[in-house]
Write a protein that binds this ligand. Structure first.
Ligand code: SAM
Length: 261
């Protein structure tokens, strides 16, 4: 009997209806698949039944890795490591579909790592990822919504994001205290070509440093009150950071990069 480790965010999905819904949200047959945090292999089993071309999993917990080796033997390529240490883009020669019922304590860290390291040539076809509902709400929020912020702006920059469903605590064992949501991410063809994603991180960090205050101070801090940029982007300095849409933040980052080149 496997005892779930809270420190590794282990809440195993045990609801067949949800497991089916996850593997049915896109075509898996003959595709390369990567699963992050396979745990006891509940989702892994459903994915393998759909006959992927090649399947790799990354699991940090040594005990669970032993268990996975017994269960799936040669059908599965198992990497026993911390996903934060892996360069996923180097694992496959072709694009992959990524699945993950992510450990909640590092889910935004994993996503941010992928977004920041994303080169113009995407290494994945789709990401199908589960987050705690509150985090998923922040990822998909639009401007003027209280959940809107840096994560929404960063995640939507190169990715189209859709919610598939919400999932209740009793679909897991042990039961988490919170609801979860399943999101699907698809690469955008027409995203703003920024020189360095770290600049988008920087601009949004400065603007959202104080989300209740008007954007006058952060704007002046970065652009020294440049009226030309205000007029070009039609920005009203009396607005608050959550009133500017994602596109405005990408354009502000472009302007910032132009000033520095
Ligand atoms: N996919 C399984 C399921 O749905 O039943 C388990 C999901 S559980 C929420 C998260 C899994 O990620 C656990 O198996 C945990 O051991 C693993 N994990 C936690 N931190 C990790 C890390 N840094 N790198 C790789 N795996 C990790």
């Amino acid at each position: 009997m496997i005892k779930a480790k809270k420190s590794l965010g282990q809440n195993f999905l045990i609801d067949d209806k949800v497991l089916k819904q996850i593997v049915n949200c896109l075509e898996i047959k003959n595709k390369n698949v990567l699963e992050i945090g396979p745990g006891t292999g509940n989702l892994t089993k459903y994915i393998l039944n759909k006959k992927p071309k090649k399947m790799t999993v990354i699991e940090k917990d040594n005990d669970l890795v032993d268990n996975l080796k017994d269960k799936f033997n040669e059908n599965l390529n198992i990497i026993n490591n911390d996903v934060l240490n892996i360069d996923e883009s180097s694992l496959f020669n072709e694009k992959v579909i990524v699945f993950g019922n992510l450990p909640y304590n590092i889910s935004t860290e994993i996503l941010s790592k992928w977004i920041i390291n994303l080169k113009n040539d995407f290494w994945f076809e789709n990401l199908v990822l589960m987050f705690q509902k509150e985090v998923a709400d922040r990822i998909i929020a639009s401007n003027n919504n209280s959940s809107y912020g840096r994560l929404s702006i960063l995640a939507n920059w190169k990715l189209i994001i859709k919610k598939i469903c919400d999932i209740r605590p009793n679909s897991f064992s042990p039961k988490p205290k919170i609801d979860s949501s399943l999101l699907i991410f698809t690469p955008r063809k027409d995203y703003y070509k920024l020189k360095n994603p770290k600049n988008l991180e920087k601009i949004t960090r400065i603007f959202f440093n104080n989300r209740r205050k008007m954007i006058k101070k952060p704007f002046n801090q970065i652009f020294n009150g440049d009226l030309r940029i205000l007029e070009k982007l039609k920005i009203d300095l009396n607005l608050r950071p959550q009133n500017l849409n994602t596109e405005t933040y990408y354009k502000l980052t472009e302007e910032y990069e132009n000033l520095r080149s």
